[in-house]
Design a protein around this ligand. Sequence first.
Ligand code: FAD
Length: 336
Amino acid sequence: MTDLNIAVLGAGVVGVTTAVELQKRFRHAKIEILAEHVYEDTTSYVAAGVFRPGTSFCGPTQEITQKWINDSYTYWDEIRRSPEGARAGVTELSGYIFSSQHSQAVRNRYIEKLCPVYRAATEKELKLCPGNWKYGSFFTTVLTQSSYYIPWAINKFKSNNGKIIQKKIESLQEVGSYDVVVNCTGLGSRFLCNDYQVVPIRGQVIKVKAPWIKTFFYGDLDTYVLPGIDLVTLGGCRQYESWDLSVNKYDSLKIKDQCEALVPSLKGAEVISHKVGLRPHRGIVRVEKEILNTDSKKIKIVHNYGHGGYGVTTAPGTSLYACELVQEILSGNSKL
Ligand SMILES: Cc1cc2nc3c(=O)[nH]c(=O)nc-3n(C[C@H](O)[C@H](O)[C@H](O)COP(=O)(O)OP(=O)(O)OC[C@H]3O[C@@H](n4cnc5c(N)ncnc54)[C@H](O)[C@@H]3O)c2cc1C
């Protein structure tokens, strides 16, 4: 009962959420997180964390994808409503998405029925921001700021006897001594699993102090103004297969110009930092079991990676699903 050993690889939002959920399910197991980077060195810290899955976000089936999204919303919203909500960095947020080009840009098949409010913007609202906005939606959703959530989740994990080991895993064979390994290494899975379907989509943002911004705004050309718990995130860009982690001054200028054009009151807001992250994109997010046959033993693995630009949004849904797969892969194991 007590000597089940589980390793979670990765300490981003997906890894820590998975680890905390595994502790609930396998209460007597010894669970360790092994990660090369932790806290602010993960991609998860760059994200604004708005719950808004892109309409191209994709699991193995439409049904499973929608389940991941629904389960995630419920998960975040339960934390938000709990006394822990503020400490966990989960809050409710409303705002607008505008497009001057296409009505589809302001629709979202995944969340129109899920969020408490998702409606067309009125003619008056279309004039809220400068620009020739033809289409718009207003919606209410949740935001999870990783710089609060990850430390909160890690504290919870540690207080339940979880252990974090900071190290780079060079190959899955290295972790063969665990009963099961849950792989939440995001972009790292490209190398760890030789999975070339995982590609970076580079993003850059500016974090500014603008406490008067209480509403989010999305515009054309990846422009967004997203108020978080203490800072506002201005974005952005999506550069496919770019590995460049340095801050690009031309991207910064473009982001600043576009965001100030959308929300002019941002002019003069104090810039706190510029951040770059590589979104771990995979056409189909991989949450599945694998038995790896090595010379000495069979390694039981459950993968949970490839969330692209929507990992904060969807981490709970895929993590709960991964926990089910852990249960399945271990079933028949006398240690259960
Ligand atoms: C600019 C930008 C804005 C974003 N905005 C949003 C948003 O508003 N909403 C949203 O939902 N998502 C957003 N995202 C996407 C989100 O950040 C990612 O989907 C999410 O962080 C992925 O989480 P993860 O845990 O899979 O990966 P990561 O946070 O990258 O964590 C991966 C972990 O695995 C570890 N690892 C990797 N390889 C190895 C190895 N070989 N050995 C040991 N450890 C390893 C890493 O060190 C790290 O601990 C945004 C991303 C960017 C870049």
